[in-house]
Design a protein around this ligand. Sequence first.
Ligand code: SAM
Length: 270
Amino acid sequence: MAGEPDWVPPGVDAKRANVARVYDYWLGGRHNFLADQDLARAITAVEPNARAGARANRAFLGRAVRFLAAAGIGQFLDIGSGIPTQGNVHEVAQEASPGARVVYADIDPVAIAHSKAILAGNQDAAVLRADLRDPEKILGNPAVRRLIDFSQPAGLLLVMVLHFITDAEDPWRIVATLRDALAPGSYLVLAHATDESRPAVAQAAETVYNRSVSTDIHMRSRADILRFFDGFELLDPGLVYIPQWRPDSPADVPADPSKFWVLVGVARKP
Ligand SMILES: C[S@@+](CC[C@H](N)C(=O)[O-])C[C@H]1O[C@@H](n2cnc3c(N)ncnc32)[C@H](O)[C@@H]1O
């Protein structure tokens, strides 16, 4: 078998599945390895909606960024941004609001390498390798300080990332630290896996997933996810399943929107 593709950054273990690359595989991206594809298939075997869920989440991200741009937001901090694929935040934001500035942050070296490649020459966007568990470091990063004016409203995107942080690591404190740095009129966009709708399937998928990846997933209850919005005003339609958040068309909402077991919401800091 051929060696690793030439885009693999040094130090990446291609034998161990990784959240960013499993997600990339589901979205139809090319930056994933056999181990990621095997895990994606194993999860799909217990949860056939997994791929559709990843795509529905990506569509939600696009709707939310367009919503923020329409509300006048021209700067975005996207933490846990993932491997660039279709509908990247800077593309959506800069199309809706020319000159919009975007900072991507992710812990995964593959996501960083590809983000850097597609952002080369883009003065209004930057990417940093960073750990959401150290929000102070992200806030103090020079690229963040250059592109995000914290005296003005910004969009904070925490989409499908907080469930990689354990209760012991206190993700609520992390969100509060980021919230406190934002100017009034800023927005939080959040998507978080939940086990409230179909606990058995969700638990099975979680078990398969956690057996194989480097970063475990921690699904949370609706009540625990709502706590992330402390200090924000949750906007209509509230904390809902992915397809229910301001769908482009009513036809986009399936009969059972909870089949994607991810709750999403957009909130404004008063
Ligand atoms: C499922 S992807 C979501 C990508 C994108 N936000 C989206 O929703 O389309 C989750 C991302 O979170 C990143 N991630 C996981 N733990 C993280 C941490 N502690 N700090 C920063 N990023 C993290 C992973 O590397 C991965 O790229």
